[in-house]
Write a protein that binds this ligand. Sequence first.
Ligand code: SF4
Ligand code: SF4
Length: 190
Amino acid sequence: MGSVREYFSNIANGLGSTVKGMGVTLRHFTSEPPITVQYPRETKPIPPTYRGLHILEQDKCIDCHLCAKACPVDCIEIEATHHGRTLDWHKFTIDYKKCIFCEFCIPPCPVDCIHMTSEFELATDDPNGMVEDLLTWTGLRPEDQAKLEGKAGGKGAGAAEAKPAAPAGGGDVRSRVAAMLAKKKAEKEG
Ligand code: SF4
Ligand code: SF4
């Protein structure tokens, strides 16, 4: 007889616990805003300290390679030809297949021209698309070329020829990073 009473007592306890638990669930369900969002249609604010994709202020960069030397996984590649202080840019890439977002490349920069942003969307089905060129132009800018030609006595032969500008918006990430760079510049100027 005792075991029958215990049997029904256990059932009653189980039902009581279930009702209590469902009450807690219902209370949270109705009184708290949803924690999840419908990404990618909705996103939550990213903290300003988040270490995401890099941006480069190419105007300021002096091609010193200190950022590349500080990188523990050797994922920064920089190529430029120096004409005195004028730079003929070829590439400044970061291989995001290797990057561990450690931020070691930022502090060594003597002119504070490389930064990390809160941009994080890198998903792609093309691994080759994960090497991002941070340059907003390649070769010499027309004004730099004119300056160099002027120094060469107007002959133009000694100066490197301007190369076509890098194609704008070569990929989604590149477009977003370029837009961030433009915004950052506008904020500084405005
Ligand atoms: S964040 Fe780290 S791994 Fe990525 S490029 Fe900078 S130093 Fe290299
Ligand atoms: S450390 Fe700064 S200035 Fe030197 S190459 Fe890197 S980004 Fe350019």
